[in-house]
Design a protein around this ligand. Structure first.
Ligand code: SF4
Length: 375
């Protein structure tokens, strides 16, 4: 049975680092790389994809929801669907963009082939992301201690499957009843011992043993991983965090995508000129509605043409942010207020935390969004 292994390159740091990591750690995996082009990415994203292609020695397949016009190869995808939606801009509550521009092209590309999709959500994140739920697609998270998706965990730890899981534990440990994981397997999920706690307990006792048991279990299901003779990721015990991702990018020579690199800004606070720092915290479309106000200000000051282009999309009643238009946001007094608020907030946060504020900002911003756009 052919099982496809794929990795979506969003243009962000985590998917890029995962591509490098898998090539180095698991060269035996025949991974196909793809990227879904919305036509409204930052130039830095296209540059990152070019660099990755040369590092991986492979083409990254460009998936476009609409056939591009030759003279504007990156230009017409988003606009095509915007016209279909009557100019209705996407938002966090109506995210047609992710579905039409990312998920649909991906699902068309893999068709009905059993597919393992590697997702770069890190070990210091607590989210699953907006991922394909097609039954022939299984997501694997190599940067986390728990490499399995929520649906797999719920199935494997379902009370009706516990006997089977116990059996795999016993087989893997030569029927040695002293394995401490067995006690956790037998403990039912309750208010005092949630599914998450049960999972973490089993992973903490012996990650490889748990993964082996899950692999055996999947062989009795239709999940793509279960169709493989062997799966090297079950031996995985790595947990990679934000600093590891930056390290991987730097060591590989690919470098951190340029929009993550902080720039200085000045702002007046109580009559004194202070110096703050801002950057973009995510990849994705330059006008993405998930971005924070300070990121809009960053766009205005670092990519004024893209800010102007974003403004062109705002029509009566259709704006990127709920409470203000880009016309209002770009007024000097408003820009100053956004910087002031950002400066004071980052100062407060840096007093509370021990890690760097820049990384905190990225982690906070990642709380929302999706695995398709910002990984
Ligand atoms: S980056 Fe933002 S605007 Fe672009 S497709 Fe993703 S959610 Fe939509």
């Amino acid at each position: 049975m052919t099982v496809k292994h794929v990795l979506g390159i969003s243009g962000g740091k985590d998917s890029a680092a995962l591509a490098i990591y898998l090539k180095e750690r698991h060269p035996e995996l025949e991974v196909e790389y793809y990227t879904c082009d919305t036509g409204r990415e930052l130039d830095e994203t296209y540059e990152l994809i070019e660099k990755l292609e040369s590092y991986l020695g492979k083409k990254i397949k460009l998936l476009q929801a609409v056939k591009p016009k030759l003279e504007t190869p990156h230009d017409n995808t988003f606009d095509h669907f915007l016209a279909q939606y009557g100019g209705y801009l996407p938002s966090s509550t109506s995210r047609w963009c992710t579905k039409k521009l990312k998920l649909d092209p991906f699902e068309n590309y893999i068709d009905d082939i059993p597919t393992i999709s590697y997702v770069g959500i890190r070990g210091d994140e607590d989210r699953e992301g907006y991922i394909s739920k097609k039954p022939n697609v299984q997501s694997i998270f190599p940067f986390r201690k728990n490499i399995w998706s929520e649906d797999v965990i719920k199935l494997v730890l379902n009370p009706k499957n516990i006997k089977q899981l116990r059996q795999y534990y016993l087989q893997a440990t030569d029927y040695n009843n002293h394995n401490p994981g067995l006690a956790y397997i037998d403990t039912p999920v309750s208010e005092n011992f949630t599914l998450k706690q049960k999972l973490n307990a089993l992973l903490d006792v012996d990650t490889k043993l748990f993964n082996q048991a899950v692999f055996q279990f999947l062989k009795t299901t239709n999940y793509p991983v279960g169709k493989l003779d062997s799966f090297p990721l079950i031996e995985n015990e790595d947990v990679l965090k934000l600093e590891d991702v930056f390290r991987i990018l730097e060591v590989s020579g690919i470098g951190i995508p340029a929009y993550y690199i902080e720039k200085k800004y000045e702002v007046e606070i109580d009559g004194q000129l202070k110096q703050g720092r801002y950057a973009r915290s995510r990849s994705g479309c330059f006008f993405c509605f998930f971005q924070q106000k300070i990121e809009w200000v960053w766009l205005l000051e670092n990519h004024p043409a893209l800010f102007a282009k974003s403004k062109e999309y705002e029509k009566e009643g259709y704006t990127w942010m709920d409470e203000e238009t880009l016309d209002d946001l770009e007024k000097p007094e408003r820009v100053e207020a956004v910087k002031r608020e950002h400066y004071l907030r980052t100062q407060r946060n840096s007093q509370k935390r021990t890690t760097s504020t820049w990384k905190d900002e990225i982690i906070q911003a990642e709380g929302v969004g999706c695995a398709s756009c910002f990984i």
